[in-house]
Design a protein around this ligand. Structure first.
Ligand code: UD1
Length: 363
């Protein structure tokens, strides 16, 4: 199989693509894969590190208001379609898969013009702008949330789940907290604000840090790559104890997640696919800054099933964060119930399901 994949901007679009590639390589080790991303997105850092061939192009998103920038965006889009067509003619993919983000719009659209079979993956319950645009042209659409079905042409939709769930579920982890300077015996909370970090979550953790330092559980706090220096300078005056560690980003999330007792995070769809694949108890703080408030919908699907608790951004501060974490970290029974409910929602064979769709449309 010759597979071209495109998805970018944030981790939530990139990791599902990487998980699909991993599954393809497992089933068909001789496959050729090319990942096309944007030169500015997180993918330009993450993908080459995985030893996957990566090509990039310049692209940017639309502004919501009419502005000169939008003409530049249209110009860049059309230019990217031309570049993508050239890449497709050179690479000769059997299938082109898009997992969201502006760059996948240009690449998948170019593939449809060249009559190459196409599949897009929608991680969210509220369909993203790129996938909405592409849905008219592509052959198949893989979804994660049932709620996305009615927002697409019905006959193209197949529910597969999010392939990242399978990657996480299949990872055999030998990870030890001692490699991060923590104890291997204490229960551990992981706090992070999605793939980019989140300002209010960071501020709240900073406010609660003096207390976290004193707890009988330990805390791993991930700030997001661009926010690390700012957070560290705020924490400067505070001497971090042995049971807290602060990181800009975690590259090996699949190895770390099985060792986590409680997650505090945004409610991005790919994070939720991972959480439910393993059944990790969670406190979700949906981002209020996303299209149609879709993270709240994502989070509510878990809260309704008893798999997570929700803390709104509005009610989030050092004290409320500390209270939630304290309560759950001191009650193993509640955590066990949440874990069981969470695991029931997981789709641990999602990558196989999506790969089957890829194979079914392959030339
Ligand atoms: C602000 C924004 O637009 N967020 C969207 C974005 O979120 P975002 O990019 O944050 O995506 P998700 O929360 O879905 O996924 C984050 C991914 O990054 C990984 N990770 C995170 C931190 C870290 O240190 N290391 C690491 O590997 C997580 O394990 C996960 O695989 O895409 C999601 C999926 O389309 C959407 O649902 C979110 O609403």
């Amino acid at each position: 199989m010759r597979l071209m994949v495109s998805g970018g901007g944030t981790g939530g679009h990139i990791y599902p693509a990487l998980a699909l590639i991993k599954d393809l390589k497992k089933h068909e080790p001789d496959s050729a894969v090319l990942y096309v991303g944007s030169n500015r997105g997180l993918e330009s850092q993450i993908v080459p590190k995985q030893g996957i061939d990566f090509k990039s192009m310049e692209i940017q998103g639309f502004k919501r208001s009419l502005s000169l920038e939008n003409f530049k965006t249209i110009y860049l889009f059309l230019k990217s379609v031309r570049i993508a067509k050239k890449m497709i003619k050179e690479f000769k993919p059997d299938v082109v898969v898009g997992t969201g983000g502006y760059v996948s719009g240009a690449v998948v659209y170019a593939a449809t013009r060249l009559k190459v079979p196409t599949l897009i993956h929608e991680q969210n319950s509220v369909v993203g702008i790129t996938n909405k645009f592409l849905s008219r042209f592509v052959d198949k659409i893989a979804i994660n949330f049932e709620a996305a079905r009615s927002q697409f042409p019905e006959n193209k939709v197949i529910k597969t789940g999010n392939p990242r769930a399978q990657e996480v579920a299949e990872t055999v982890s030998n990870f030890k907290w001692s490699s991060m300077g923590l104890s291997d015996d204490k229960p551990t909370t992981l706090i992070f604000g999605g793939s980019q970090g989140a300002l209010k979550i960071n501020q709240s953790v900073v406010a609660a840090m003096a207390e976290f330092n004193k707890r009988d559980y330990q805390v791993v706090f991930v700030t997001g790559p661009k926010r690390y220096d700012g957070v560290m300078s705020q924490l400067n005056s505070l001497k971090l104890g042995k049971n807290v560690t602060v990181k800009p980003y975690i590259d090996r999330m699949p190895e770390i997640l099985p060792k986590v007792d409680l997650i505090v995070s945004r409610a991005g769809a790919t994070s939720l696919a991972e959480i439910t694949a393993l059944g990790v108890p969670a406190v979700l703080i949906p981002s209020p800054y996303v299209t149609a408030n879709h993270q709240t919908k994502n989070a509510m699907s878990m809260v309704d099933a008893g798999a997570a608790r929700m803390l709104t951004e509005e009610n989030l501060n050092g004290e409320s964060l500390l209270n939630e974490v304290d309560e759950l970290m001191h009650d193993a029974e509640i955590r066990e119930k949440m874990a069981a409910a969470s695991k029931k929602m997981g789709v641990p064979d999602a990558a196989d399901q999506m790969l089957q769709v890829v194979e079914s449309i392959s030339k």
